[in-house]
Design a protein around this ligand. Structure first.
Ligand code: M6R
Length: 364
């Protein structure tokens, strides 16, 4: 039931701090200083290459996780969307691990990609919400995300729980492969436990987002920009907006701007920049200034320090809590979702049942 919420999507966005904390309990030890429990079902030690495959939002979770597995576990990682992977006949080896991410566990392309890997990759792992699903059953190990039932077609809480499980797996891989020290693991895991509080702080910006939606709802096209971990978040923000508000949106790695998309910029195309104050902040800000120099109107989503440095010349600033940059995707998922939600509500579209879309895509 929706309870006090107007839509399931709103309820599910608001549930995230709670379900993420519940998911974390299954992946972290009681001391909150190491990953143990469900992640122990996966052995990364004999794996040379991790291949992650999914569709839509679940694919963007893989795209975020690629950075984590590379940086935290030093692993070679490939990612692909299932509809491409399944028909490409990619060569696989016994030393590969194939990992599939799916909320429903029934997505036709993802299941077909999994079946392709059977007997070719050394092991097949899935990260799913529905543990009774086809994808879970066909895997050597299926790891639950514990998000609870997700009703809204736009995936929200499943995404943040997928991220939580994938980060836990990257940490587990890092330790067991000798790439992550116990001290670094303890720091990272204890910070993961701060996420529910930080996500609540992000949710507290909702009234400001609802006002901003008046501006965004009038746009025909919207651009989302980010770098590093915020690049897949830009893609996710654009997908959420497209699917429920029907506004054309694109996510771009901001370094790609001058290779084409900057030609789109004028005062009618709002540009939303996800910019926590991380190692790539300066570079992102200089891309943002190039946009503003061409008349682009920017909504800067950053933290207090970032706002202090870069707010000049922007149209609007949304201040997120300060977070360890490695964990920023879980916090910035909130504005990505709420921007789409309030823009759709302002436009009066059917938020929970957008036209042409199904919750579970069981045909290709
Ligand atoms: O059930 P799955 O996670 O396999 O679904 C994958 C996509 O269909 C899904 O994430 C879709 O992109 C969502 N509607 C995005 O909000």
């Amino acid at each position: 039931e929706k309870g006090e919420h107007r839509h399931f999507m709103s309820k599910e966005v608001h549930e995230q701090p709670e379900v993420l904390s519940y998911a974390l309990q299954h992946y972290a030890g009681p001391g909150r200083d190491r990953i143990e429990g469900a992640a122990d079902a996966v052995d990364f030690t004999g794996t040379d290459r991790l291949i992650m495959v999914a569709c839509g939002t679940a694919f963007y979770a893989c795209q975020v996780a690629k950075y984590w597995f590379e940086q935290i576990a030093g692993m070679v990682v490939e990612i692909d969307i299932a509809s491409e992977f399944r028909y490409r006949n990619p060569p696989l080896r016994d030393s590969d691990m194939a990992l599939f991410v799916s909320q429903s566990g029934e997505t036709a392309d993802t299941l077909a990609a999994l079946n392709y890997c059977k007997g070719k990759a050394g092991s097949i792992v899935s990260v799913v919400n529905a543990m009774e699903s086809s994808i879970a059953r066909a895997s050597d190990a299926a790891l639950p995300i514990h998000a609870g039932v997700e009703v809204g077609v736009a995936s929200t809480k499943a995404f943040s729980c997928q991220l939580t499980v994938l980060l836990s797996l990257a940490i587990h891989a890092g330790r067991t492969r000798g790439h992550l020290s116990a001290a670094d693991e303890a720091q990272l895991v204890s910070r993961m436990f701060e996420l529910p509080r930080l996500m609540n702080e992000a949710i507290a910006t909702e009234p400001q987002i609802a006002k901003l939606a008046q501006w965004l709802a009038g746009a025909r096209d919207i651009l989302f920009l980010g770098r590093g971990l915020m690049y897949p978040m830009a893609l996710e923000g654009a997908l959420k907006l497209k699917e429920i508000s029907y506004i054309h949106a694109e996510g771009y790695a901001s370094g790609e701007l001058k290779h084409g998309p900057i030609a789109l910029i004028d005062e009618n195309v709002p540009v939303i920049v996800f910019a926590p104050r991380d190692a790539l902040f300066e570079k992102l800000v200089s891309n943002m200034q190039e946009v503003m120099a061409r008349g682009g109107r920017v909504l800067l989503v950053t933290d207090a320090e970032g706002a202090e440095i870069a707010r000049h010349g922007t149209a609007e600033v949304l201040v997120m809590p300060t977070v360890d940059p490695r964990l920023a995707p879980m916090v910035y998922a909130i504005p990505a979702q709420l921007i789409a939600y309030h823009t759709a509500v302002t436009k009066g579209t059917d938020v929970d049942q957008p036209r042409n879309l199904a919750k579970s895509v069981t045909v290709e």
